[in-house]
Design a protein around this ligand. Structure first.
Ligand SMILES: Nc1ncnc2c1ncn2[C@@H]1O[C@H](COP(=O)(O)OP(=O)(O)O)[C@@H](O)[C@H]1O
Ligand SMILES: [Mg+2]
Length: 293
């Protein structure tokens, strides 16, 4: 067995290649906002992201194939990082499709901005008179480029199909809408609205498979259902809280970012943990014990 090789470092994850066709994804506690990594780490954030991804990959396995192999400590090779169990997933290595498959069920963020300007979102005609955070008649796919540097950019479905290839795009987008619809219905039963989310797909042995993180607070907007009120921005379990705090400082989103005070770090850690516990219906510590055994 050849030893794992460090092959990449994302904003949040360290990537190691294991043998030829496997990848070890190690989610750190780093947090990024506006595509800038913030100076403070959020305790247990990486474990929440990996735990939620494992939960949703199991939930969606009947809809589409995915990259999951294991999160169990016994299956993880040593890569010289402490505290691997819980934050680490052993995966099939795929060739990533360079499109972000964003699904929106509600009008928020860049979708809301575009709708106000044009009445459309990424080429989708929407009813007139919608307000911020309104539920859309149907979930829509609003693809974005996967920028290797800088900010992702919204593109039309035609452009995305041009990048991914029409049949691959068709397959992945059908999966994305079905996964979103089923997961959003399940989350709503737990009192959480999944307003929108981003999926990544890759090619493995000629198949389109779901890769990367899935339906986490980093890749999604999660809103508490009992406080949902269209016509304004919503309180959330995701990093909107951190973005709002950053905006209150007047930071212009170019590095260096400001230091996060302890109370903002703690409140953010609490929101991530609560998102895990509400969506999965189990305690994070219980899951951590199970995968570490
Ligand atoms: N199964 C997989 N095969 C190949 N690449 C993957 C797989 N799962 C995730 N990735 C890639 O690993 C990286 C995850 O690291 P992350 O820190 O989230 O990066 P980013 O800053 O691009 O969001 C992403 O570039 C993602 O496309
Ligand atoms: Mg990522």
């Amino acid at each position: 067995m050849t030893s794992p090789k460090h092959v990449g470092s994302g904003k949040v994850r360290e990537l190691f290649q294991v043998e030829t066709d496997r990848l070890l994804l190690v989610a750190s506690d780093r947090i990024s906002a506006y595509d800038v990594i913030l100076p403070q780490a959020i305790p247990d954030k990486g474990k929440v992201l990996t735990g939620l991804t494992a939960h949703w990959l199991e939930f969606t396995a009947g809809i589409c194939p995915n990259h999951f192999l294991s999160v169990r400590a016994a299956d993880l090779p040593d890569v010289g990082i402490e505290d691997l169990p819980g934050r680490t997933m052993l995966c099939l290595r795929a060739e990533p499709i360079p499109v972000e498959f964003v699904v929106r069920g509600y009008l928020s963020g860049s979708g809301w901005k575009e709708y106000q300007a044009t009445g459309m979102v990424c080429g989708h005609e929407l009813p007139s008179g919608l307000v911020e955070s309104d539920r859309l008649p149907e979930p829509i796919l609003t693809p974005a480029t996967k920028a290797t540097s800088g900010h992702d950019e919204n593109i039309t479905e035609e452009q995305a199909a041009g990048i991914a290839g029409a049949s691959v795009y068709d397959k992945a987008s059908t999966y994305a809408i079905e996964i979103y619809s089923k997961a959003a219905a399940a989350a709503l039963e737990k009192g959480i609205i999944i307003a929108d989310t981003k999926f990544e797909f890759g090619l493995h042995d000629g198949d389109v498979i779901l890769i990367d993180e899935v339906l986490t607070p980093d890749s999604s907007r999660f809103w508490p259902e009992n406080r949902y009120e269209p016509g304004r921005g919503q309180p959330s379990f995701d990093k909107q809280y951190v973005r709002d705090w950053l905006d209150s400082t007047g930071w212009d989103h170019s590095p260096p970012p400001p230091d996060l005070p302890d109370d903002v770090v703690d409140a953010t850690a609490g929101r991530y943990r609560e998102a895990y516990e509400r969506l999965t219906g189990r305690a994070l510590d219980g899951w951590l014990q199970e995968v570490s055994a």
